[in-house]
Design a protein around this ligand. Structure first.
Ligand code: NAD
Length: 519
């Protein structure tokens, strides 16, 4: 099959039948029209909506509306009722676990279609898309298990007459706001724990990547979830802002940029106080010591920097290398970057596809221009190729930079593209100080075969995650969250599910009151 046939085939298969529920009747002209999915039914967009050009095909993929405030209100009202008096609010832990397990199986059964949709909406290579689908099924499976073990604790020796325990209860209506870089994977970090805890949910995907969210919600409904318990509202900031401020939303779980996170933190309390989990930007420092295995480092960091076109919150985008190895490392990384295969995302041999959109591409290019003007050296990339079999799409070559300047754009800011910068350091103390000076605190990685050195660095780095001789990998069992401008509240693990619960304390007085006042 040629590339063009593949695209046509995918566009045809991708928008049927998994997205049927969300399709809004429209004429034969133009791309399919998608609406918000509220209570299991499509809600026609108000106005024209926006056509999304797929970065994978360069063609219009769908037209989607701006989720109106009315759609947000309806979705929240249904979620409120479903939680307060509906079937999901009364479901047992086993009921919830079974819906999540069935969904995991359905995701696996539809893995091919979901991976195609993911390529269509993001432009990421098909092999990475398949991995993201598998990781999402895994998250549903894991949280399905945890649903049956929400826990709590008992405290018996408070004094002679008081026995107490805590119960974990669902938080209520959860708003989940999802970015475009892993539209399915990040939905998988939020939706399974929210449902496992017993919450009802309104999802707002990025307007660039709503397809996989709509598809997974359809699968959940097929798995038996009450349609009122889960809606998807499409649209940009205003739909998200309406959700964040809504009186009937109990908790907000957001992943996206630090700028939007700041906005959400400021507005979440406007109508009533509510808890917010913020997973925001990052600039992951990678410390390579003189005791690292350079062969492993080069391979590991090529992946860490350029996987998903570098559009990864924990990308290895800033490499602090011992001055005795920095030159060799930079040279070898640049050589590996030049070897990477860019091209048609549906080709099995492609390692990097286009960036998410022309607008995002323009932003990364502008940051590279600024970096050059700041004296940063380009060792590889920073070009805009047009690989064989592709038309003009936002491709950017994997780029390796070099600078001593910690205040340069390349060393300080999250560029969110296929760009990494190498910076030499003289001592380990200096490396730790420079790494910790970042405004971000999401993750770090340490490359050293000396266990004492690696552990010492790990404990001194102020980030939510540290990988030793590794990078970027995430597992549903392990919490992943940031500090400082990278946000707060980890996702995944028991901690990730606890965010969607409230703790209630129960005291049982076994002895009657003995005194007017007991301290
Ligand atoms: P973004 O902040 O532009 O958008 C994220 C989501 O928020 C989208 O659904 C968007 O429509 C919505 N939104 C925008 N304005 C809003 C508002 N005022 N109120 C409520 N919602 C609003 O981010 P993006 O460009 O989609 O994603 C890239 C960013 O996400 C990067 O900064 C990256 O580091 C970050 N990210 C962080 C993690 C993490 O785990 N910390 C993971 C992935 C991505």
């Amino acid at each position: 099959m040629t590339t063009a046939e593949l695209h046509e085939d995918t566009a045809h298969r991708g928008l049927t039948p998994l997205l049927d529920r969300a399709r809004v009747p429209a004429g034969d002209e133009g791309p399919p029209v998608l609406g918000s999915l509220v209570g299991g039914n499509a809600v026609a967009p108000e106005g024209e909506g926006t056509v999304r050009i797929s970065p994978a095909t360069g063609q219009p993929a769908f037209r989607a509306g701006d989720g109106s405030v009315t759609a947000v209100d309806t979705a929240v009202a249904r979620a409120r009722t479903a939680f307060d008096t509906g079937a999901w609010g009364r479901a047992t832990a086993r009921d919830r676990a079974r819906v999540l397990a069935r969904t995991a199986h359905l995701i696996e059964a539809h893995a091919g279609e979901l991976a195609d949709l993911l390529v269509l909406e993001t432009g990421k290579p098909i092999r990475e898309a398949r991995g993201e689908v598998a990781a999402t099924a895994n998250a549903f499976e894991y949280f399905g298990g945890l649903a049956r073990d929400l826990g709590g604790r008992t405290v018996r020796d408070i004094d002679a007459s008081v026995f107490a325990f805590t119960v974990r209860e669902p938080a209520g209506v959860a708003a989940l706001i999802v970015p475009w870089n892993f539209p399915l994977g990040i939905l998988g970090q939020k939706l399974p724990p929210a449902l496992a805890a017993g919450c009802t949910v309104v999802v707002k995907p990025s307007p660039l990547t709503p397809l996989t969210s709509l598809a997974v919600v359809s699968l959940l409904l097929e798995a038996g979830l009450d349609p009122d318990a889960l809606s998807v509202v499409l649209g940009e900031g205003p739909a998200g802002a309406a959700l964040v401020a809504h009186r009937d939303v109990d908790v907000v779980s957001f992943t996206g940029s630090t700028a939007t996170g700041r906005h959400i933190a400021a507005h979440a309390g406007s109508q009533r106080l509510k808890r917010v989990a913020l997973e925001a930007g990052g600039k992951t420092p990678v410390l390579v010591t003189a005791h690292a295995d350079l062969d492993e480092v080069v391979e590991g960091l090529t992946f860490a920097a350029f996987f998903n076109q570098g559009q990864v919150c924990v990308a290895g985008s800033r490499i602090l290398a011992d001055a005795t190895v920095a030159d060799e490392l930079a040279e070898r990384l640049a050589a590996r970057a030049d070897e990477l295969v860019l091209g048609d995302p549906w080709s099995e041999s492609t390692q990097m596809g286009p960036l998410i959109s022309q607008q995002h591409f323009d932003g990364v290019r502008a940051a590279l221009d600024t970096s050059r003007a700041q004296g940063v050296r380009v060792l590889a990339g920073a070009r805009t190729p047009e690989p064989d079999g592709t038309r003009a799409r936002p491709f950017l070559d994997p780029t390796v930079l070099w600078t001593d300047d910690d205040e340069s754009t390349a060393a300080r800011d999250e560029l969110f593209g296929p760009v990494t910068v190498v910076q030499p350091y003289a001592t380990l103390d200096e490396a730790v100080t420079r790494a910790n000076a970042s405004a971000y605190g999401l993750a770090a990685s340490v490359w050293s075969n000396d266990i004492r050195e690696a552990m010492d660095l790990t404990l001194r780095l102020r980030t939510g995650t540290v990988w030793i001789n590794g990078s970027t990998d995430a597992y549903p069992e392990l919490p992943l969250g940031g500090r400082r401008d990278s946000g707060h509240h980890a996702e995944f693990g028991r901690e990730g599910m606890e965010f969607f619960t409230e703790s209630k304390t129960v005291q049982i007085n076994r002895g009657g009151r003995k005194d007017w006042y007991t301290a």
